[in-house]
Design a protein around this ligand. Sequence first.
Ligand code: RAM
Length: 349
Amino acid sequence: MKLTKAIAALAAASLALIAGCTTPTEGTPSSSAGDTSTAASGGSSSGALNITMLPKNLGNPYFDQSTAGAEEAAGEIGATITQVGPTTEGVADSQVEFIEAATQQGVTAIELSANDKDALCDSVKAAQAKGIKVVTFDSDTSCRDLFINQVSVDGVAQSLFEMIEDQTGGSGEIAILSAGANATNQNAWIDALKKLLETKPDIKLDDVVYGDDADQKSFDETKGLLSKYPDLKLIVAPTTVGITAAARYVSSSDKKGKVLVTGLGTPGSMKPYLADGTTKEFALWNPKDLGYLTTYAVKALVDGTITGAEGDKFTAGRLGDYTVGANGEVPLGPAFKFNASNIDQFPWG
Ligand code: RAM
């Protein structure tokens, strides 16, 4: 995707969000009282799709966006989306409970961002045995029908690498503040980034710490990094929760102006830290489009347009045509870098 097209797509999504975003609320496996559900009729539904949306955690602006996109698609195809998920930390244990609850309810499909590559598989396989389609988005498992991948692993790592080079000037100490220690997506990105960093011996990776996509833990881990590594130049947080917490800590500490923060962040949450110089640039894709594409992929799986085999093709509403790639992955598109020159175009997240 050309940069201008990416900007246009992101800006259009921003406007749509301003018009119609819903805020997820807490849900528990045993109670539907706090579930966020959207039902819509009309569109080209092939039957009533009842979809459970299970992000890594709730209250995360990134997943607010992906759920808004899923709801937009649901409105177009006449599906129901019910969002449930861990309320604070992105952890696998409670995701198992939500998968089991959805299985018992007999939903049509589960859209899942996995907090662990393997730990969810018993429950995922039990759901699949009942005919429920399990489509991962954002963070994969080793068991699912399809994975909607925002950006290739190498693509994310390359963006992070470029921002590290730029914001360190090519030398100095860096540390990574990640999400959950078992998060499939972050671990894959970090492994690929480490390979790229091998080509830059003047950049030293001091440590990798984990904030579990919880704001306070991420904040505390940042504090720990700054006191443990006095010569740290840059914190790289490939998590929207982590980067915001790290930027907040750094910008209010005596390291402001000495330590920079970069990684993957939502534009709304990071805008103040671009303004005060805590970050020069950070990246992300369009999480709203990710949720939108995931819901169209679910529809295509359920109505038999695709089976998840490489080469299968389907159409995802306003996003157009997609082809299933190797290993049952559907890529959304490239990452996009936000900086002072473009941040005002993205009033979301
Ligand atoms: C957090 C989550 C999510 C990741 C983004 C970048 O919101 O960890 O999985 O894709 O950051």
